[in-house]
Design a protein around this ligand. Structure first.
Ligand code: COA
Length: 326
């Protein structure tokens, strides 16, 4: 028998330090007004130096476990969606495993940039559906501030650090109804960090060239994000046989208010159904959707039996959408 998977606990963590638009005005040629009207972002959280993604992720993980009423030893598997692990080896998931004491779990990272959380949920779901595992911790976490060029006004205004986690378990009713993931590597150049990998390992020259920072062609990414998320949501609703009217809450990747508005308009979604917390956190990459899910729940926007839709998009290019009955 094929089992269904559902979310039985959620949690998130963001660093205390707040970087406001006014702070950025002192660092690059920009203005609070420009950032708010072009992106919808007012402030973002930035981790202190010496912090790793696994530190943020472990805090989110413990909160999700508590919310699910489970102990770390109950976990069978940990999947950490991140493209900013503490270091190339070992994985962020293994570091989280040690920090929370989930010694019986297998653990691995999954790299799908800002779409990582939905990719990781889809992956975890397969282990539940086949009956292989019962309790899976799915994390979306990124400490992207380490890769930001704080002199590049086209990118430094957009991003923030954070982590979110959910516990995925077999569900008797509801749970994940459908999902869609996709990618198009032909657009790999639009959003990338070139230095510090196997092709261009760190040298004095790569550091001098600032190759270790994130670079982006913002306007192209914008257009493809709108198309990618709209199509993924449409397809996932069709697969789940769920109409737009039945959707109680839409949780998009929190990258830019104008992207979110354009997706909502194309889908024909009522604006009050679209959850946005972008102003407070900016784009937290793989953590964005899961932090938004946590806040939507705590604000009472999602109730038992509600149908919700997650949609993500990121470097790769990659995208994903998922319909869940709560
Ligand atoms: C980055 C982004 C906000 C830029 O907004 P935009 O409306 O496309 O702006 P443009 O890039 O066309 O730039 C318009 C002007 O603003 C300037 N500008 C860029 N950043 C600025 C800033 N922070 N402050 C002030 N001016 C800025 C540009 O230099 C340009 O000036 P010019 O016309 O004199 O050349 C927008 O393209 C975006 O959000 N793209 C998607 C990015 C994203 O979400 N990436 C992550 C996906 S997971």
């Amino acid at each position: 028998m094929t089992l269904k998977a559902g979310i039985s606990g959620v949690g998130f963590y963001v660093p205390d330090k707040v970087l406001t638009n006014r702070d950025l005005e002192k660092m690059v040629e920009t203005s609070d007004e420009w950032i708010r009207t072009r992106t919808g972002i007012s402030e973002r959280r930035i981790a202190e130096k010496g912090t790793g993604t696994s530190d943020l992720a472990a805090k989110a993980a413990l909160s999700a476990l508590q919310n699910a009423g489970l102990k770390a030893e109950d976990l069978d598997l940990i999947i950490a969606a991140t493209t900013t692990p503490d270091m190339p080896l070992p994985s962020c998931a293994c570091l989280v495993q040690a920090k929370i004491g989930a010694h019986k779990a297998a653990a691995f990272d999954l790299a799908a940039a800002c779409a990582g959380f939905v990719y990781a949920l889809v992956t975890a779901e397969q282990f539940i559906r086949t009956g292989t595992y019962k309790n899976i911790l799915v994390i979306g976490a990124d400490l992207i501030s380490s890769y930001i060029d704080w002199t590049d006004r086209s990118t430094c205004i957009l991003f923030g650090d954070g982590a979110g986690a959910v516990v995925l378990t077999p569900a008797k009713t509801g749970g994940i109804l459908s999902s869609v993931i996709g990618s198009d590597g032909r657009h790999a150049d639009l959003l990338k960090i070139c230095g510090g990998g196997s092709k261009f390992p760190a040298t004095a020259e790569t550091v001098k060239n600032k190759d270790h920072y994130l670079r982006m062609t913002g306007s192209e990414v914008f257009k493809l994000a709108v198309r990618g998320m709209t199509d993924a949501v449409t397809e996932s609703l069709q697969k789940a046989n769920v109409s737009l009217d039945q959707v109680a809450c839409f949780i998009p990747h929190q990258a830019n208010q104008r992207i979110i508005d354009a997706v909502g308009e194309r889908l024909g979604l009522a604006p009050e159904k679209v959850f946005v917390n972008l102003a407070k956190y900016g784009n937290t990459s793989a953590a964005s959707c899961v932090i938004a899910l946590c806040e939507a729940l705590s604000m009472g926007k999602i109730k038992k039996k509600d149908k919700i839709v997650l949609a993500t998009f990121g470097s790769g290019l990659v995208w994903g959408a998922m319909v869940i009955e709560w």
